[in-house]
Ligand binder design. Structure first.
Ligand SMILES: Cc1cc2nc3c(=O)[nH]c(=O)nc-3n(C[C@H](O)[C@H](O)[C@H](O)COP(=O)(O)OP(=O)(O)OC[C@H]3O[C@@H](n4cnc5c(N)ncnc54)[C@H](O)[C@@H]3O)c2cc1C
Length: 272
């Protein structure tokens, strides 16, 4: 419980958005209160272990399996979604979602301190410049009032905050540009054997769409997972990876446990 009763800013929700907003505001001297509806664990690593135990003992390992809902903050479950019958989405009895449209939201979110990034995939793609002008380019959807270049400094800030692992040369495709000396905070996560095989097999293959042939290009995805820090980051100042909450000596590197969705065994891909 907060000691004061007056704050400059009150933020509702302790997910990544609320947490970063709070961090920015407190760094500038504002007092901030965050209200979170979901259960809150302390930031001790032992408490994180209870999430892991929930996951290990779950019969169905869905994204929210490690993070059980509390009575005051129910949350959706993948297993509640039973498909669509005669154009009507079906949900299990007692399901959190009540959706009636033909195109339903098929995912979840997490109502816990930490929010949905507790179990996100860590995929940190930038949008393509063309995504912002779909109406002009393809006569489809709407043009955005901002463009890729307006967002570039914010992508950079987010990639620092998350500690993204990727290779700039590999990500500079379909018009994506980076500032001349930019590198991601961490080197790209090495590709798996099957990734490399797929890359090899599709090297000379093409696919046809609407009468035109296109080359395949298999690239890895920028990841919010700790690989090895890139010493060239920030004009050679480097990047210091962030370890687990409450125990920074672990979680500084991805250990390849392959359970990162929904929960990393060493807490290196959840937002800190
Ligand atoms: C399975 C899955 C995988 C994903 N993978 C990726 C990915 O790879 N890359 C990517 O970029 N994005 C991914 N996302 C999306 C990403 O996780 C979310 O966009 C992001 O976490 C949203 O952050 P947020 O802070 O805005 O909201 P949330 O993280 O949802 O946080 C909102 C918080 O507010 C609290 N809250 C809500 N209402 C109230 C209230 N009335 N009072 C108090 N508290 C309240 C909730 O309990 C919650 O803690 C994924 C999402 C899912 C579900």
């Amino acid at each position: 419980m907060a000691k004061e009763d007056k704050f400059d800013v009150v933020i509702v929700g302790a997910g990544i958005t609320g947490a970063i907003a709070a961090k920015e505001l407190t760094e500038q001297g504002f007092s901030v209160l965050i209200l979170e509806a979901g259960a809150g664990k302390s930031f001790k690593f032992e408490d994180y272990q209870t999430y892991l135990d929930n996951y290990y003992t779950s019969t169905v390992r869905t994204p929210n399996a490690p993070f059980p809902a509390t009575a005051g903050a129910p949350q959706p479950l993948i297993t509640d979604q039973l498909g669509i019958e005669n154009g009507i989405p079906q949900f299990a009895e007692g399901s959190y979602f009540h959706q009636v449209g033909p195109s339903t939201y098929q995912s979840t979110y997490t109502r816990q301190m930490g929010g949905t990034t507790l179990h996100w995939l860590g995929t940190c793609l930038r949008m393509l410049p063309s995504d912002f002008s779909e109406k002009t380019l393809y006569n489809s959807g709407k043009d955005w009032p901002i463009n890729y270049y307006d967002l570039m400094p914010y992508y950079r800030a987010a990639e620092l905050e998350i500690g993204v692992s990727a290779d700039v040369d590999e990500q500079a495709f379909l018009g994506i540009e980076f500032e001349p000396s930019y590198v991601y905070p961490m080197n790209k996560v090495p590709q798996s054997y099957s990734d490399l095989k797929l890359q090899e097999w599709t090297k000379y293959a093409q696919f046809k769409y609407d009468g035109t042939s296109y080359d395949y290009s298999v690239v890895s995805v920028p990841q919010g997972r700790n690989s090895t820090p890139n010493p060239a980051y920030n004009n050679g100042k480097g990047y210091v990876p962030v370890g687990a909450v409450g125990n920074p000596d672990i979680g500084q590197r991805c250990e390849g446990n392959a359970a990162c969705v929904p929960i990393c065994s060493v807490q290196e891909n959840t937002m800190h």
